[in-house]
Design a protein around this ligand. Sequence first.
Ligand SMILES: [Zn+2]
Length: 240
Amino acid sequence: MDVAEHRRPWDGRWLYQIADDHTIDLRVNTVPTLHGEDMTMRVLDRKTRLLKVESLGLLKREFFNLQKLVGSPAGLVLVTLHAPVAAGAIQSMLGMGVAPHFLASCLNGVIAQRLVQTLCRECRVAYPLDEVAVSFDDVRPFLETGEGESIYGAKGCPACKMLGYDGRSGLFEVLTVTPAIRQMILKSMPLQQIRRQAVADGMMEFRQTALLKVAQGVTSVEQVFQAVPSEYLFAEDAAT
Ligand SMILES: [Zn+2]
């Protein structure tokens, strides 16, 4: 499966033999839409190990949340419609006429994905943090040694055909449907309230996952602004 290919639908399917009589079936499908990609992921077992999903570009903490989702009982369905943010997918489904009680009882989580181009490591240019208007304070606890000391911009060299970028990586929001969120879905509460609850329950927002990828030198601030609507890039009060 080529996660960099975003113009064609692709299907990924893995069968894991975890015991002689026990196989797990993991499927990921994407469909290009007018606005980008939709991705659906199905895990047809409770004891799945999602090793391959790491290659989608999930950050450690998102991967951890995803594993927790998958560890929850019975047939799990994770859906990302191409909503601007994960909570938006819940609203989209309610808007399409999906019954709130059905959604509240079936949905365990939502993953929203945005793609950014990755900086060419051969030629990316480092700018010291004190020269730019970017602060990593908000994601400092998630940074590893050596990360978040500068930000990087694109330049261009023969290795990247002078583009400055040489691949793609995903930004994700992994929303776990907690008991509180289940209640909110039942009551068809507005997106912003569900989103706020998800953050309170530990969801990393696009704003933070994007900032982390910038701090890690994976992508540039310009790419983040292209990938994530600006109303979701600033602190919560600005978005409401
Ligand atoms: Zn280059």
